[in-house]
Ligand binder design. Sequence first.
Ligand SMILES: [Zn+2]
Length: 383
Amino acid sequence: MFSKILCLCSIIFLLATGITADPVWVVTPNSQKTIETQTFEGFTYISTTELIKIADGERAPSSLKRKESVKMWNKVFVLTLLSQYMVCEGQTYNLILPTKYENNNLYVPFKSFFKIASDIVGTESSFADDTLFIGIKRDAVSDNNDAAIYKKEKKDKYVIVIDPGHGGKDPGAIGPNKTYEKDIVLSVGLKLKKLLEKSGKWEVILTRSKDVFISLGERARIANEAKADLFVSIHCNGSEKSKARGSECYYLSPAKNDEGRATAALENSSLLLEEDPIVTSIDEVEFMLADMLQNEFLRESSHLAVIIQDGFEKKAPFPARKVNYAPFYVLYNAFMPSVLVEMAFITNKEDEKLLKKDDVQDKLASTIKEGLEKFRTEFLDIE
Ligand SMILES: [Zn+2]
């Protein structure tokens, strides 16, 4: 009787939290057992406590807080709280969905974890009818897993996500004549969308088309969910040095210089405006990203940055700076070639004046568009 009440209580509790528990049957060549999984927002997750039961693994201690290591099949998988990236033997893998933390347990996206882990271990794994098969060959496996990892393939229309930075309560950098970065970047973003759509060669998604606040994580999530081929975040730079001016294009990598570090700190500071910020100071972000940076798209992203920067140099009415790289949170979470464009310094009087002009905004949009088309012919359209 008592256990029935307990059971009922836990069902009520689970319903109340929106989490549902589902048993999964795990079949390996030498064992069969049941493990518990949980559904969060429609996706199946497994706690690390349940996970290690599958392969008689162990939770390896990690000195860094926010991380948990799981040792299974002689491999150590390092998971990070609220991150979709998992590290194993120095390689970073994308779980597509971030880990969750509930009831003192770290939860991992179930299907993508096994898809990645079995690739690493070199075994077969498949999931069908509430049964996970490990190390057993099986035909006709349903392919509806939630780990659809970025795939480069030739397409008629590529999906591009354009991300006008900031918005709503986050004005971004502010010019000496009170021009807001959020307004300029939205205007250029809308122009760029129009131009790309007119060409008929792109499917364009904007992370925002009006003056609203969107978290950095949400912007990347939009791109990941759309399985975008490219991600372009549009910004205006800001500096305490009022003389600093010009266009600059960034890709994601640990910062090599103070300028890159300062720009990244400025753009990452939107994190502090989020309702439930993941960091309390902006210095934490660089530290946090440093050991998590994946460079899967480094080559493509850096080329895209070079191509767009080259266009700025030739066509934009701003002094051209050079391609730079720094740890931008918004790019770190986007799993596709991605760049962050700093069109000019809004904190510089001349740059600000130019940025406000409609014809200059047209020029900026068309320069970015031409860069994207060049990248398309050189990198996307090749087999
Ligand atoms: Zn910005």
